[in-house]
Design a protein around this ligand. Structure first.
Ligand code: VG1
Ligand code: CO
Length: 545
């Protein structure tokens, strides 16, 4: 194995966002060494990599295999001792997180642009996870970026491509490369957390049924093996199960708009008990009952309230956490359980310290992300199995579980409106103006609401004291409601402006209202304050969740 040191020059735009470096696939294809520069920048920031283990895989999208071959050769040239690579180049984000932990790896590289479409005209991405299995915290991502701005060379082994499809071990000049089954370690972990015996009984007897839409993304093989294989759900319970480079031309985002096949089934006459979908890299989840959609914020609250029904969580929860824009439904459950509830900035990297320190057991985001201390990423299939376990153990319909939850805790009506791909300048100008308005907001009356407080969210990590500022404009209202504005950190085109609206309803006779109607006054207030429609010339959001 010959190692070459090749000259290169920095690219100015390699700053990781909410979840790694995410760009148009074209950027990776058209700029030679774009991937190499970023990977070398990561490796340069890891001082003790000699002989260590690195986990590698991706969501199978276009360019996954080629990029992986390059990264393998670079990892070998940079002195790693063992490489664990998912067969076919596949690893879901949560499975990669688990492998890093289980095999005490130094870290892992996951190739994915998550729920963004793939293909030459779609998106591609690369993220690094540290030794706890979680996304690299900001002090790492900032260091990667700084390094990428001064990089002048990268190291690569000159060798043939590795056969990614055959399981087994390769010895390469003292280093070991293992092509591993991407599913088995993960499946074993799930069996430890949930009541597989009871779930199998319910599924094979037909008492409970499920439809899981893998959206032609990475969870297909995982869901097939676990739901149909281990738990005995009838063949065909998992749909769109084969991972494709272009996700079958679809948008692997599990929401009511993009998971159309599943939604039609769940609102049709033969709907199964539970419907679910996951995203490109397998960390997001959407939960549906018969003719019923569970908002991700409610899902987190309900999992917290019912966690004791699953064997892995029977001992109770130490605490919970949610990202700032996620609805406050889980806060009420934490109150009732007498456990702490933390509020973090958007992005899974902020949960890592809380999980490592044992301060929380469950956490989640409004963006279809839920997870626990079993790994250090959000975990789509885990959430689905958790719901299945709760449905089986309670013997209740999804809708009944949620409505009972609302009766007990009240309901946090919640919606998010996205204005995607607006000009960057406009996005920043809207945020700047909102920021300027902050001091005058408290005490102001807006229709039936009064602003109680308003700030630009900043977070002090309770474990390491690190401070993260500028995480979104937050307006707290009376009676209890919130309005939040922020710019996305995962987009690859212009800016995406997100508005999050929430209103708490304790009245038991008002728990079945239409979400958009009951939030109409807040939706209008968001427009008054931000003028987003006028300033973008749009007549409404591009996506509503
Ligand atoms: C979005 C979501 C955020 C999530 C992130 C990564 O970020 O809002 O909650 O953690 O995507 O999810 P942003 O900055 O665009 O709002 V995934 O499934 O891409 O790993
Ligand atoms: Co994802």
């Amino acid at each position: 194995m010959r190692i070459e040191v090749r000259q290169t020059r920095p690219y100015p735009d390699q700053k990781p966002g909410t979840s790694g470096l995410r760009k148009k696939t074209r950027v990776f294809l058209e700029n030679p060494t774009y991937l190499e520069n970023f990977v070398q920048a990561i490796f340069d920031c890891l001082p003790d990599k000699a002989g260590k283990t690195l986990v590698l895989g991706g969501d199978g999208r276009y360019h996954n295999r080629k990029a992986l071959q390059t990264i393998i050769k670079m990892a070998l040239a940079n002195g790693f001792g063992t490489l664990l690579v998912g067969q076919g180049g596949l690893l879901s984000t949560p499975a990669a997180s688990h492998l890093i932990r289980k095999y005490h790896a130094l870290g892992g590289i996951i190739l994915s642009a998550s729920h963004n479409p793939g293909g030459p005209d779609g998106d591609f991405g690369i993220k690094y996870n540290i030794d706890n299995g979680g996304p690299a915290p900001e002090k790492y991502t900032e260091a990667f970026y700084r390094r990428s701005q001064e990089i002048s060379e990268y190291r690569i082994a000159v060798m043939d491509d590795i056969d990614l499809d055959t399981l087994g071990e390769h010895q390469l000049d003292g280093a070991t490369l293992r092509i591993i089954d991407p599913v088995s370690d993960y499946a074993e972990l799930m069996a430890q957390l949930f009541d597989f015996d009871r779930m199998r009984q319910a599924l094979t007897s037909g008492k409970v049924s499920i439809c899981f839409d893998a959206m032609h993304a990475v969870t297909g093989p995982y869901a097939k093996r676990i739901l149909e294989g281990q738990l005995g759900a009838p063949q065909g319970s998992v749909i769109n199960a084969v991972p494709l480079e272009d996700f079958g031309g679809g948008h692997p985002d599990p929401n009511l708009t993009y998971a159309r096949e599943l939604v039609e089934k769940m609102y049709g006459p033969d709907a199964p008990t539970l419907g679910a979908a996951s995203d490109g890299d397998g960390d997001r989840n959407m939960i549906l009952g018969r003719g019923f959609f569970v908002t991700p914020s409610d899902s987190l609250a309900l999992l917290a309230a019912n966690a004791h029904r699953a064997p892995g969580y029977r001992a109770g929860l130490r605490g919970v956490a949610r990202s700032m824009p996620t609805s406050r439904a889980v806060d009420r459950v934490a109150d009732a359980l007498g456990i702490p509830c933390y509020e973090t900035p958007t992005g899974w990297k902020f949960f890592g310290n809380l999980l490592d320190a044992g301060k929380i057991t469950l956490c989640g985001e409004e963006s279809f992300g839920t997870g626990s201390d079993h790994v250090r990423e959000k975990d789509g299939l885990w959430a689905v199995l958790f719901w299945l376990n709760i449905v089986v153990a309670s013997g209740q319909e999804v809708a009944t579980l949620v409505k009972d939850h609302w009766r007990r805790f009240g309901r946090n009506y919640y919606t998010r409106h996205d204005y995607e791909a607006i000009p960057s300048d406009t996005g920043h100008a809207i945020m700047d103006d909102l920021r300027r308005k902050l001091p005058e907001l408290p005490g102001q009356r807006f229709g039936s609401f009064t602003a109680r407080a308003a700030d630009d969210f900043s977070y002090t990590d309770p474990v390491d004291g690190s401070v993260t500022t500028g995480q979104g404009i937050r307006i707290l209202l009376e009676p209890e409601a919130r309005l939040i504005f922020r710019l996305s950190g995962t987009g690859t085109e212009g800016a995406t402006f997100r508005i999050y609206m929430e209103r708490y309803e304790p009245d038991p006779t008002r728990l079945d209202l239409d979400t958009q109607e009951t939030l109409a006054e807040l939706i209008e207030l968001a427009e008054t304050l931000s003028q987003v429609k006028q300033r973008t010339g749009r007549d409404g959001p591009t996506v509503i969740t």
